[in-house]
Ligand binder design. Sequence first.
Ligand code: NAP
Length: 533
Amino acid sequence: MMGANREVDVAIVGAGFSGLYMLHKLRQQGLSAVVFERGNGVGGTWFWNRYPGARCDVESQDYSYSFSPELEQEWEWTERYPAQPEILGYLNHVADRFDLRRSIELDTEVTAATFDEEANRWSVTTGLGETLRAKYVVMATGCLSNGRVPDFDGMDSFAGEVYHTGSWPQEGVDFTGKRVGVIGTGSSGIQAIPEIAAQSEHLTVFQRTPSFSVPARNAPLDPQFLQEVKADYPRRREVARRSPTGLPFLGNQALAMDVTEEERRDTYESLWGAGGFRIGGAFADLIVNQEANDTLAAFIHSKIDEVVEDPSIAEKLKPRDYPVSTKRICVDSNYYATFNRKNVRLVDVRESPIVGFDERGLKTQAAEYEFDAVVFATGFDAMTGALLGPEINGVNGVALRDHWDAGPRTYLGLSTVGFPNLFIVAGPGSPSVLTNMVSAIEQHVEWISDHLAHVEELGLSRSEATLEAEDGWVEQVNGIADMTLFSNANSWYLGANVPGKPRVFMPYAGGFGAYRETCDAVAADGYRGFVLS
Ligand code: NAP
């Protein structure tokens, strides 16, 4: 337990992929660190998101740490796309293998962090009412950690079970014989819906915005393939480090509008057949040219028509009002086919919005629905939610919430003005959610640990981004986003899913490889844009 006057070099918030590696890295360089984790286990996203069908949309061999060749060789992934229990098992293995648990405090939520300018130390307060002093704070809190349940009228009166995909009960849920409603058709809903449909007596899906979804074509991993990957890991990881996505391949440089309709269709067919979201990178102009994007949208619409038997349902499932990839492409197993089942009904809540709940279920403007259970697959207060949850006060007592009043502002997604010695892993303004998260996390953790080593070697006590550097970075992030179609969708990338949240495109869309080069250049230039004192 924490002593009243305990002091460490680094307080890390969160024990997911980021926090675990951050702890390991800092220990290796001789700094003392403690991790605070609100869950009662490690794993972050993969600890909380246990809904039926929860599975990563990045392939197993690439959704893994690269920092330890031994770990790479000893861990055996079993499926093309790892299911939640397997990833959670992997992260628990990492925690044991690198002896991390003795520095992780579970069931401990950080509620506040206050910077003491005289001492250049942070006071970190937990929900247990204890305070710890730390020279540095690393927010390893994840991009999709704060689940959102819309505020429907009468929700408290509903007598049935209520779940959110992002905080699923550890013991699981048995829907056998139950009438279930699922609200939301993003990545989580699309994975859960086929599983719940197969188990429940009846499922009603409430869709506000249809998603573009591509088949995962998940399958057991061929041991021979895994052996080849393991033998090739150094090269594979190197390509991933330089690629725009943090994945071990470079996107196609050809333009959709430069090839014939037939060639385009062949390309899309082959990627649809291969499965997974690589179809989103089929051509280099898809994310910047509406006409090009329309060709992929039309292709996916045609696939929905092929699968869904009832043309009026197929029509409802087709996204029409935003470009492909401007909301995260979903990767599914049997999603569209689920709407051919007799026990599944699709309700378009654009046509008839949900007006509220009562004891038996929910009402739309057109009808009433009775349920034994309702599942909210309604997403997250993404990218900033977990950072703005605790009361973080920096220089002059300024609150992070106030500094980010008009939207998040960072330098490199790593640091924000007025909050010295506080670093963010995969923060807004970094490529994070537009890449393979594990690659993005490793790059940030390594950059932060190098930076702290630099500050320590110089015997200094404070590192803070300058306003000029932050302004420049914010401008660059916005400028790149403006060159794309991203702002044409009401996505969580823009905070558009949370009423009242400032509409700002939060991730850096310039590509992971280019971003890494920028971070490396900043470091090589004596940490340009930071004042070290
Ligand atoms: P999401 O993409 O934000 O989807 C939330 C869904 O709930 C949307 O369909 C949204 O409709 C709907 N919704 C929200 N409020 C509503 C309301 N008041 N009434 C009706 N519908 C409402 O959230 P998510 O599915 O949890 O996914 C979030 C992100 O997590 C993904 O984009 C992905 O990055 C990650 N994720 C990844 C995987 C994977 O690796 N396979 C799986 C799950 C999640 P609108 O679109 O109209 O707002």
